[in-house]
Design a protein around this ligand. Sequence first.
Ligand code: 0O2
Length: 249
Amino acid sequence: MNMTLTSDVKEMKALKVELMRFMMSYKFALDEMNTKIDILKQEFQYIHDYNPIEHVKSRLKSPESILKKVHNKGFELSLPTIKENIRDIAGIRINCSFISDIYELSSMLQKQKDITVIECKDYIKNPKPNGYRSLHLIVQIPVFLSDREDHIYVEIQIRTIAMDFWASLEHKIYYKYNKEVPQKMKDELLEAANSATLLDKKMEGIHLEMNKLKETISMEEDVQELLINNERFHLPYDFLTANLDPNKG
Ligand code: 0O2
């Protein structure tokens, strides 16, 4: 009896080590992705003096959630099956300021050589019937370990703050509510999602207008600068306008 117990414990310990190695790969994949996102964020800030990323959150799916998904989807309970079919064990959620930032960030990530894009679901252009909006990417990235190279799936959800606000609260409202949600509530949630869309569009419009304004200002500043012999001279506005043709509109 004791012999069986000991060998059972030994087997379970070995399994635990295997599971640990399995989960570590996902943790490293998240670390890599977070570094990539941080680099893009910093580069944007330095070069364009603008940060399109408001907030980044990453998470590893818990073993309980993985098990639940395996059961729900009817998959066989083995690590290779889980690795191939549960593609959101490593998940990253990026909140952007504007809708245009979402697409720009997504294209910058998709262009990176070591990222293989497996799937792209655009729930912004095609929202879910309940109103859910977000851009979902499933990518695969290499993780270099001491004895092997692993290719790990990562799910990236990119959305605006308004989209995230709606999704987080909708999730909270539904969480642990196992009964059918009343139609009235579904309609109200859809209405709220539409309001979030309007808000995003309004903010995008203001953002574009502001960019145009900034461009005009920087063009004006450019006109007032003279570069001679690597030295910058400021041209006073009066000096410039004094020499303008008064007959020109
Ligand atoms: P969690 O706890 O956030 O990880 P999949 O079930 O992932 O194999 P599916 O459903 O086609 O396949 O994936 P999809 O549509 O890309 O959605 C995956 C994730 O998007 C969900 O993960 C949610 O995080 C989010 N999501 C999708 N639809 C909704 C929605 O209607 N409301 C909210 N709040 N979030 C949504 P999980 O695994 O469901 O949960």
